[in-house]
Design a binder for this molecule. Structure first.
Ligand code: HMH
Length: 221
């Protein structure tokens, strides 16, 4: 995809970490058809808990957009994100029942709790809109790039996992991620060096949390 602006600079600068987050062994094993289903189920249960914590985070970004954004259309893009999370929660329930997973019995693992706490820290009114929208873009984009990889030509993704890959790997989710990226870049262009470097740190933290999140599927903790 064509990229301009600060996000492109960061993706180049932190390319190895980005690849770590978007080409994780769990994703590669979905793509090559060798995935161990217990890893997939562990990821699914943990991600349901994550998504529930992600809703108030996205709502906090919406609130910041309303207060701080100079472009009224930002709010509409973020509101679209809130709406798709509503579908996503319903999807998790349906998917969990398909795999025989009892969602009410899932205990959040340490990496998940750490990631949710990080989201909560970004909800503070002290955190600038630019920093929060950067995190939001990065969180969504990691899933889009990861799952889209499992749907590319030549991938051997099992039929029963394709619905999961479609959820985040589909083209309209890709468009939505690019809208978030355009918002982030527009804001970053006008931001002070201080805020830009805060946003870069948060971008890197997101990538690290995403890697730790995938790592949970191994079940060593
Ligand atoms: C851990 N990151 C994680 N879960 C998700 N569902 C997304 C990103 C995308 O919404």
């Amino acid at each position: 995809a064509e990229r301009t602006g600060m996000t492109e600079t960061w993706l180049k600068k932190h390319r190895l970490v980005y690849i770590g987050a978007t080409r994780h062994p769990l994703i590669l094993s979905i793509r090559d058809g060798t995935i161990d289903l217990s890893s997939f189920k562990r990821w699914l249960g943990q991600d349901y808990i994550f998504v529930r914590a992600f809703v108030p985070f996205v709502a906090s970004v919406l609130l910041k957009a309303w207060k701080e954004s100079d472009d009224g259309s930002d709010m509409e893009v973020i509101l679209g994100g809130v709406a798709s999370l509503n579908d996503e929660i319903a999807w998790f329930k349906k998917e969990a029942s398909k795999w025989g997973i009892e969602l009410s019995g899932i205990v959040p693992q340490k990496a998940n709790l750490d990631y949710c706490r990080f989201l909560e820290s970004l909800m503070s009114s002290e955190v600038e809109y630019i920093v929060a929208i950067t995190a939001f873009w990065a969180i969504e984009t990691v899933y889009q790039e990861s799952f889209a990889h499992c749907l590319e030509d030549g991938s051997k993704t099992a039929e029963e996992l394709k619905d999961t890959c479609q959820r985040w790997g589909n083209d309209s989710f890709g468009q939505y991620c690019r809208s978030l990226e355009r918002i982030a870049n527009r804001c970053l262009e006008k931001a002070s060096d201080d805020v830009v470097s805060k946003a870069e740190v948060v971008f890197l933290r997101v990538l690290e949390h995403e890697i730790e999140f995938w790592n949970m599927s191994h079940g060593e903790t």
